[in-house]
Design a binder for this molecule. Structure first.
Ligand code: BES
Ligand code: MN
Ligand code: ZN
Length: 499
């Protein structure tokens, strides 16, 4: 799909369909010429009230043939009600409406006139709409014999009124596309069935991505993981015939000596629970237990596409969690790379067992901050539902920056505590720590377990168990928290540039 920014009046739109943003029943000032070209038909249509006054209402109308302005190919008008005032969150909702209307609209080209929204910055508008159109265009077709046809939409022009807005409009467009592409990459990896998206497949995809953007990648196999002393990670992998992989990616867009941000992802390509087997119902959804790993890769894709001036490291621990004669048993004690011994009281609490070793390994990159992403606990869904990701951090500045990014993007997160009081629940009679802390505050105790391995750097943890995918009729990966992470990294690079 092609996108462009055009310094052009709406009556000059060169597209099949023109989207007009309007507030109330009034003809916006920028549309006087278009109205005149249609002999007042447009203002009459608005005055009729058929559009409705509720933000997000849409009225689609074919232009009466004789009244088509110029002799361009404009055939259809989409009137979009913005309501009285539009804020950033409102603009994202309007962007979703535009995307759904255009992507499902059986047309090849569309022009979008942004002049009806005055209160939201131009870059925020082109970013939100572009991201929404890319997101909406995604289909999972890999395993359909007769996939539904892709959207016919091939071109979108943004019509802007002021030359001074061009740069902002272009910047927003680039950001929206990159985030949309990153989200769709994350969604595709996560939606793939677990017999296709194995740890080996994830590693291959990471290497491919790295090659495409000129990034460095490494993949460590079992012997190397053994040599590193990753007894905790390996204990999860050993019940599966699929070999585990530790994937690292390095993007260097910043200064030579600049310390990187590190993203660490949980990549359980299928979580059966292991010997502490999960109930059968809905177990297929445990293919999504690599959502953290997929979000790391999607974020790398977006950052590389934008060429952000930052250094970024990605570390993904990936394996299956399966029951087998040689699988971990409840009661087993394993030794992590950090030297901490862990009593495995429940083999289904495997995410923290692979992450603790990945987090210990990450220290070698001397990161300025580390953020891990994990579909870690069902308890996080009980606490926050499917609206917000659970955020934990050992640093208030990092937590605030991530919450700000969440607020800016609508990719919501909510901070939960890491107080030492909770550490007591992880006491083991036989090892340094137990891998479960009982039912109370299950998301918190999982984060507290990780906190024991992240004391030497600034760290945040996002529990995305409730936000990485949707269940039910609309089952599918969401691409979250790619928008949050990209926004955090963009803001960070802006701040660094100002320093
Ligand atoms: N991958 C699951 C967490 C999960 C469950 C995410 C359901 C999304 C939906 C994780 O490995 C897990 O099984 N956690 C256990 C921990 C418990 C045994 C302490 C859980 O949440 O039940
Ligand atoms: Mn589990
Ligand atoms: Zn899991």
């Amino acid at each position: 799909m092609e996108f462009s920014i055009n310094l052009a009046a709406p009556e000059k739109a060169q597209a099949e369909c023109l989207v007009l943003t309007v507030s109330g029943k009034k003809l916006p000032s920028g549309l006087a010429k278009l109205d005149a070209a249609s002999n007042g038909w447009l203002s009459a249509l608005l005055a009729s009230g058929e559009l409705g006054e509720k933000a997000g209402s849409v009225l689609t109308s074919h232009l009466p043939g004789t009244q088509t302005p110029n002799d361009n190919k404009l055939q259809k008008l989409v009137l979009l009600q913005t309501g009285k005032e539009v804020d950033a969150a409102g603009a994202r909702k309007l962007a979703d409406v535009i995307a759904k209307t255009l992507v499902g609209g059986k047309l090849a080209s569309a022009a979008v006139w942004l002049g009806g929204i005055k209160d939201v910055a131009t870059d925020a508008l082109t970013a939100a709409i572009s991201q929404a159109i890319v997101f909406e265009s995604y289909r999972f077709t890999a395993f359909k014999s007769e996939p539904e046809p892709a959207s016919s939409l091939a071109r979108v022009d943004y019509l802007i009124a002021k030359k001074a807005d061009t740069e902002a409009a272009e910047a927003g467009l680039a950001r929206g596309l990159a985030v949309g592409h990153g989200m769709n990459f994350t969604r595709e990896l996560a939606n793939l069935p677990p017999n296709a998206c194995t740890p080996t497949y994830l590693a291959e995809e990471a290497v491919k991505l790295a090659r495409h953007y000129g990034m460095k990648s490494t993949v460590l196999d079992t012997p190397e993981l053994e040599a590193l002393g990753m007894g905790s990670f390996l204990s999860v992998a050993k019940g599966s015939v699929q070999p585990p992989k530790l994937i690292t990616l390095e993007y260097r867009g910043g200064s030579k000596t600049g310390k990187p941000v590190a993203l660490v992802g949980k990549g359980i390509t299928f979580d059966s629970g292991g010997i502490s087997l999960k109930p059968g119902e809905g177990m297929d959804e445990m293919k999504y237990d690599m959502g953290g790993a997929a979000a790391v890769l999607g974020t790398f894709r977006a950052v590389a596409e934008l060429g952000l001036p930052i250094n970024l490291v990605g570390v993904i621990a990936t394996c299956e969690n399966m029951p087998a004669g040689n699988a971990s048993k409840p009661g087993d004690i394993v030794k992590s790379m950090a030297g901490t011994t862990i009593e495995i009281l429940n083999t289904d609490a495997e995410g923290r067992l692979i992450l603790c070793d990945a987090l210990t390994y990450t220290a070698r990159f001397e990161p300025e901050v580390v953020i891990d992403l994990a579909t870690l606990t069902g308890a996080c869904i009980i606490a926050l539902g499917h609206v917000a990701s659970g955020l934990y951090a050992n640093d208030d500045g990092l937590a605030d920056a991530l919450l700000a990014a969440a607020g800016n993007t609508g990719d919501k997160a909510w901070r939960l505590p890491l107080w030492d009081d909770y550490q007591e629940q992880l006491k083991s009679n036989f090892a340094d720590v137990a891998n479960i802390g009982g039912r109370p505050a299950g998301s918190v105790t999982a984060a507290c377990f990780l906190a024991r391995f992240t004391k030497n750097y600034t760290w945040a943890h996002l529990d995305i168990a409730g936000t990485a995918w949707k269940s039910g009729a609309a089952k599918g990966a969401t691409g979250r928290p790619v928008p949050l992470l990209v926004e955090y990294l963009v803001q960070r690079s802006v701040k660094k540039a100002k320093k």
